[in-house]
Design a protein around this ligand. Sequence first.
Ligand code: CTP
Length: 423
Amino acid sequence: MNIVLGVGGGIAAYKSALLLRLFTEAGHRVTVIPTEASTKFVGAATWEALSRRPVTNDVFDAVDQVNHVRIGHEADLIVVAPATADLLARAAGGHADDLLTTTLLMARGPVLFAPAMHTEMWQHASTQANVATLRSRGVHVLDPAVGRLTGPDTGPGRLPEPEVIFAAAMALVGEGAPAAATPEPEAPGALAGVLAGVRVLITAGGTREPLDPVRYLGNRSSGKQGTALAEAALAAGADVTLIHAPMEVPAPAGAKVQAIETALELRSATLAAAGVADVVIMAAAVADFRPSSISTGKIKKRDHVADPVITLVRNPDILAEVVAHRAALNQTQLIVGFAAETGDDEADASTYAQAKLERKGCDLLVVNEVGPGDTGSERVFGQDSNHVEILALDGASPVQAGGSKREVADAVVQLIAQRLGTG
Ligand code: CTP
């Protein structure tokens, strides 16, 4: 396959060298088009050596071959990584002021942008409007990853890892990523199409609550169950929005993906998206508490000063708020919560789960079965299989499901479809 790899002028340009390697090792012919600015970070010689092909960013090179027309036409796929704010703006505006933007205008195949920039630039209204414009034209724009940026700052803006970009790119051309990165999103025959056109909002991953620029309070959620739900819902034909805190696995291609980090960010993103969702599934592991203040500088140990004490404040209960919003808006919406419960001397896990279901007011609660004397963390977090009991607020009999996280996800999708009357 002929792939064009556009490289924007950001420090993350060096990561595109790894992406290029993934493409060439998978047997693809890659033409690299760096922007002028990007060559300040990685020079043309690096791209020529790695791609074993000539590299230029000048429209007036090889004029006799009408380079921009030829490269654009021949490309089966164009991937731009890193896509800077400026490059997104020029692409959205239809500019043709260098070889990369001109090639983008000539493109006939799918185009994928992997943005990387500081959080403020990503969240700026202009950038968001440019991303929305590109997406409305069918261009695929990944959400940036959340994490450490070039300076001491952290937040959304990191270039997604090369493996994630590679998997998304391959999914666009139907080649599928390596099995480990993206499990096959096939629905069992009975579930194909049961959620056709249904708008499903899923939260996943484990939130992080910053203490200072380099430290956070987190949890052991891997995001595997949430992504399995997204894959199952996509395979059942749903229109899926995935809002996720940091995860160990890539978000599935085909979902509208929004990456967040803290519980408060999850809350605003979820409440905004829930207004237009038919189904909300809260699989994210949300921190119940956050540090009462975030230090602007790294907290240091000092010999003559007492060690710091971290004070926590409570985070809002997002699931309960989604339920309250549904009532306030008089909305018809199915809301599914998740819980990992243990029993103790006073009551068993099911009794605690039933109480949680009633307290939160969601329609279904997917309860991870954690046995007595088992801390549960080893049995649930990061594992590839799961065993759950799904409780219903209306008193319907609990449903048991077990197996791989995808099999559990299929069981949840099936129950949702039954409740919507579509399955
Ligand atoms: N949840 C949420 N907001 C929170 C905490 C949890 O929306 N601040 C959601 C989770 O996404 C999950 C459900 O509530 O769907 C249950 O999470 P869990 O942590 O078990 O609930 P808690 O209310 O924190 O209960 P506990 O006191 O047992 O920790």
